[in-house]
Design a protein around this ligand. Structure first.
Ligand SMILES: [Zn+2]
Length: 245
């Protein structure tokens, strides 16, 4: 059942692995189907799985294939599906540079790359939570309706979109952005984009048909070395959003 969707999901798993975005048994991928969800199985390397290994869940997120164990992180995926009816596919993995930002005092939020300002914005960071527990679903909840990509503190990242191609591309772009920002950390050599140009770039979102939520990039030049705590991030997100509208 759902053979075409299964084949697409397997293709995305191999692409993630080939791009170096997945490592070992890490990560999980899921998608909505007409009667529920398909997700990767628990404890398997995503490069080696076959379409028959994917687990079919009902709309409540409960496996209807009793001999297969879904990813232990599906509860985190379900939180996104419940909060965002426009999301049909989710990718979670631990790419090196994104995970560096998730695990350090640095934020991935500066106005650095023109296309990232338009399409990606600032990436919020969910607080530290224990994987495979409800904690992790709760940790991303403050940000799910404000961005399509979230860093998971000391863990990795999650991205989502209207289909698998979009969810995958957001992870690929997130890692690209993180790598470039990382390369400029040591010597303070990054040239951020001036506020007038940022405003112009953000105004291009409609023209590109970008309708999903996006937190404006951070234009502060006096950058603090301290990571914001969750309350401060939410306050900053809401402040940015209210200024935007
Ligand atoms: Zn993980």
């Amino acid at each position: 059942m759902h053979q075409q969707e299964r084949d697409e999901l397997i293709f995305i798993c191999k692409l993630l692995y080939d791009r170096g975005l997945l490592c070992g048994m890490d990560g999980n991928v899921s998608m909505r189907v007409s009667d529920g969800f398909l997700t990767t199985p628990s404890g398997r390397n995503k490069y080696f799985i076959k379409s028959d290994d994917l687990v079919h869940l009902n709309k409540q997120g409960i496996s209807i294939e009793y001999n297969k164990k879904p990813s232990s992180e599906f509860e985190m995926h379900k939180k996104v599906y419940d909060m965002r009816c426009d999301v049909n596919a989710i990718v979670h993995c631990h790419p090196v540079y994104s995970t560096f930002f998730a695990s350090s005092k640095y934020e991935l939020d500066i106005c650095l790359l023109t296309e990232a300002v338009v399409a990606q914005g600032a990436i919020p960071k969910a607080k530290l939570a224990i994987p495979s527990t409800s904690e992790i679903a709760n940790s991303i909840a403050p940000f799910v309706d404000k961005a399509d990509a979230i860093l998971l503190a000391n863990h990795g990242a999650i991205t989502y979109g209207k289909n698998l191609e979009v969810a995958y591309s957001k992870m690929d772009s997130l890692e690209h952005f993180a790598k470039i920002q990382y390369m400029g950390l040591g010597d303070n050599s990054l040239n951020t984009i001036n506020p007038e140009t940022v405003e112009l770039l953000e105004g291009m979102r409609d023209g590109y048909g970008l309708t999903t939520p996006c937190i404006p990039c951070n234009q502060k030049t006096d950058r603090s070395d301290k990571s914001l705590n969750e309350d401060e991030i939410v306050k900053q997100v809401l402040f940015n959003l209210s200024n935007r509208n």
